[in-house]
Design a protein around this ligand. Sequence first.
Ligand code: SAH
Length: 285
Amino acid sequence: MSTGQAGAPGAAGSLAPGREPPAAMQAAAPGALRPGGRRVGIGLGPGAADLTAPRAASALAACGDLFGYGPYLDRVPARPGQTRHVSDNRAELARARDALALAATGRAVALVSAGDAGVFAMASAVFEAVEAGPAAWRGLEIEVVPGISALLAAAARLGAPLGGDFCALSLSDNLKPWTVVASRLTAAAGAGFVLALYNPRSNARPWQLAAAFDLLRPILPASVPVVFATAISRAEERVEIATLASAGPERADMRTLVLIGTAATRQIARSGAPPWIYTPRRVAP
Ligand code: SAH
């Protein structure tokens, strides 16, 4: 269990005056559920503090223990009395189990994700752990607080590319075979969905995005817009607009959402600013 990194001064067990000691300070039998124990999956939004939903912010403030990938936890304002449990981005199931085990001792525990907690993120890992875990975990009060997913933040930056039917896919083949990714990609493009590709590229997965473009080129017109939306709403935000003919995978990294339009997706040129990109609502019969 990769716990114990105090994220705020006095984090480990310090109490505000007049507050009851946290239940976790009392001994608890393993797997036993204490009243009030709860765990929440919280989506932080894409990056900017004011794109974190107010409900997510107040849930975070109410939790004594925060679990998550370090860079995500760094986005949560420090509060005295909170303990931060930092873990590697890949150790999702172990992190979910650790958080549930602590919640079962009566603690209010938050598990944070970027964007929305249910979109290619921690909420599924929590329910995988609950389904396979001790029966007592089914009695936990589990709340998933929604967040603004990268696809919504990126689309809003561009105009309205998701105004028609669209499909979100993760290009990661860590948890599913590449043959499944490839068949979903070609089926969705062939059916006319705008595509939002999460996890397009990382150091560990350098070739998948180029392979995806190669699969799409026989299906879609060469002129469809391909947008590389990187670190949206953060200081290092970058938006690059290409076409399927010109798109190169090197424009993406692990902070990028790739949006691929359809033949119906339109661009409105502007002087001195990138074009608006939108997909009309109406589809010809
Ligand atoms: N739960 C997150 C997605 C986690 S998967 C959400 O709902 O947004 C991680 C992927 O999300 C990244 O590889 C990238 O594709 C996308 N992503 C997350 N934050 C982003 C941002 N600010 N800008 C662009 N893409 C982002």
